[in-house]
Ligand binder design. Structure first.
Ligand SMILES: Cc1cc2nc3c(=O)[nH]c(=O)nc-3n(C[C@H](O)[C@H](O)[C@H](O)COP(=O)(O)OP(=O)(O)OC[C@H]3O[C@@H](n4cnc5c(N)ncnc54)[C@H](O)[C@@H]3O)c2cc1C
Length: 461
């Protein structure tokens, strides 16, 4: 900002007798302690309020993102669409670095993974909300590349089966620690069943198409999955299939090895945003899986999927917060450095008002997520879904406000705001559309809604 502007129009100057900066220093030592702070940046105060292990995790993720993700933002967003199964060299380097930094296996601690014992005092949804927000602030597309892997690991962790963890999770963590890329993915969506796979209403009338047929010591899978993040580059994919001649209630999670005959990643989508991560269509044609590859038990897939989404919707919400934070930062930077009639844009109250709204909305999203995730050792559907739809909807509104202030500069690729808008829109679709997440809130709270209604009115519904 020009040196003649040390304060903004409509705000009290630092020299004025009523300047808050001046007057707050005149308070007693206790008064200053209780009311004053000096955050290092806009968001640092939040870090200072976190318990030490989580503040450490947050700073570690921030440093990682700056070092390994910032250089790739444009490269991966603008890279040519590649055939299925191809990892861009920049993505490969990122995954290797994330593996060595312990960020690909920190759902669990040793002897399986890399979460520290100090971190385990906090729910995994909370830890991942913090991790994902920091990484998404730099690039949500690169974050999705990492998150899709964690999603693929979730059924293993939720199955609570040490044998499965030993067979799949531990070798993965060992490979990543040596810089070997060993990805997982999660496949529920089918061309004819996206929301139905998550919502009780559709599922009771629709039939899943991907089927498992019993053989002597295992099953053969036939059918298609679509829009599977990282499904073409993963070594193992948690594939949800119904048993032959049965419905969604027979859904079973099979850990499919992508190297096995009958498995093909035949196509990746050319999607609007998050282009650092692929969305693959998978074909399974008489693809054999041994019985030991069943995760969480036969016919337990429906519950396992619900449990997975109850945890994984928090990170999606956090992804949106990261994007919104970046939008605030870009907008602030632009409004400080761009002049209108000789003054920086931020000197105009209209801009101040809109920026304040963007900051408040971003804080509100995070407050909801942290408040709910921090108490969720047992993740609850209504809370996870509420966080997901609220944060992703509001994050898009924040990005749009930024766009309004930056005007044509926002539309330019050089400012990156248009990328945020393309990325944030997708968070409103995956892990259940926001409409489905709204229905999930009501589904979960239904008994309470009836109790609340009858407690106040003596009518029956
Ligand atoms: C970038 C990206 C990454 C993805 N990654 C994965 C992945 O890794 N693994 C995976 O399995 N899937 C993944 N998906 C798929 C995603 O989860 C689905 O797109 C999503 O669940 C919606 O399903 P659908 O696209 O089939 O929409 P549909 O189910 O066809 O829904 C169409 C519309 O109808 C509405 N609707 C549907 N049912 C109802 C209802 N009962 N009541 C009211 N409204 C309803 C929906 O809200 C939506 O607006 C990804 C998608 C994207 C965009």
């Amino acid at each position: 900002m020009n040196s003649s502007y040390h304060w903004l129009d409509g705000q009290v100057s630092p020299q004025h007798p009523l300047s808050p900066l001046r007057r707050m220093h005149e308070l007693s030592a206790l008064g200053r302690l209780l009311t004053h702070y000096k955050p290092a940046d806009l968001w640092e105060l939040d870090t200072q309020r976190l318990p030490p292990p989580l503040a450490k995790l947050r700073r570690r993720c921030r440093d990682f993102a700056e070092q390994y993700m910032t250089p790739n933002i444009r490269i991966l967003d603008e890279a040519a669409h590649t055939p299925p199964g191809t990892l861009h060299p920049a993505a490969l380097q990122l995954l290797k670095a994330a593996g060595r930094a312990g960020l690909m296996s920190n759902l669990l601690p040793a002897p399986f993974g890399t979460a520290t014992l100090a971190e385990l005092k906090y729910p995994v949804a909370y830890r991942f909300a913090i991790q994902v927000e920091e990484l998404s602030r730099v690039c949500a597309g690169q974050m999705l590349l990492l998150s899709a892997h964690h999603l693929g690991l979730a059924p293993l962790c939720l199955s609570g089966d040490p044998r499965a963890l030993w067979t799949y999770y531990r070798p993965m963590a060992q490979d990543f620690s040596k810089g070997i890329v060993h990805l997982f993915a999660y496949a529920i969506t089918e061309p004819s069943a996206g929301s139905d796979a998550e919502d009780g209403h559709g599922a009771s009338t629709n039939q899943p198409r991907l089927r498992a047929r019993r053989l002597k010591n295992g099953y053969v899978l036939n059918g298609r999955k679509c829009f599977i993040s990282g499904g073409d580059v993963a070594r193992h994919i948690a594939v949800f299939a119904a048993l032959e001649d049965e419905g969604f209630d027979s859904w079973t999670c099979f850990m499919v090895n992508s190297g096995h005959p009958g498995f093909t990643a035949c196509h990746t989508e050319l999607k609007m945003g998050m282009r650092a991560s692929s969305a693959a269509e998978l074909h399974l044609s008489d693809c054999y899986v041994p019985e030991t590859a069943i995760i969480g038990g036969l016919r337990q897939g429906w519950a396992l999927n619900r449990a997975t989404l109850n945890s994984s919707r928090y990170p999606v919400a956090a992804m949106a917060v990261g994007i919104a934070r970046r939008a605030c930062e870009l907008t602030l930077e632009y409004c400080l450095h761009t002049r209108l009639a000789g003054k920086p844009l931020l000197a105009y109250q209209e801009f101040q008002l809109q920026l304040a709204q963007m900051l408040a909305e971003t804080r509100a999203m995070r407050a909801l997520i942290w408040q709910q995730a921090s108490g969720s050792f047992q993740a609850r559907q209504s809370e996870a879904s509420m966080s997901k739809f609220f944060a992703t909807d509001r994050a898009q509104a924040v990005c749009e406000s930024g766009m309004e202030l930056l005007a044509e500069h926002g539309a330019s690729r050089t400012e990156c705001l248009e990328k945020l808008l393309r990325d944030v829109r997708l968070t409103r679709i995956f892990e259940g559309t926001n409409q489905i997440n709204r229905l999930s809130v009501i589904e979960d709270l239904q008994p309470l809604l009836f109790t609340a209604a009858t407690a106040h009115h003596s009518f029956s519904i």
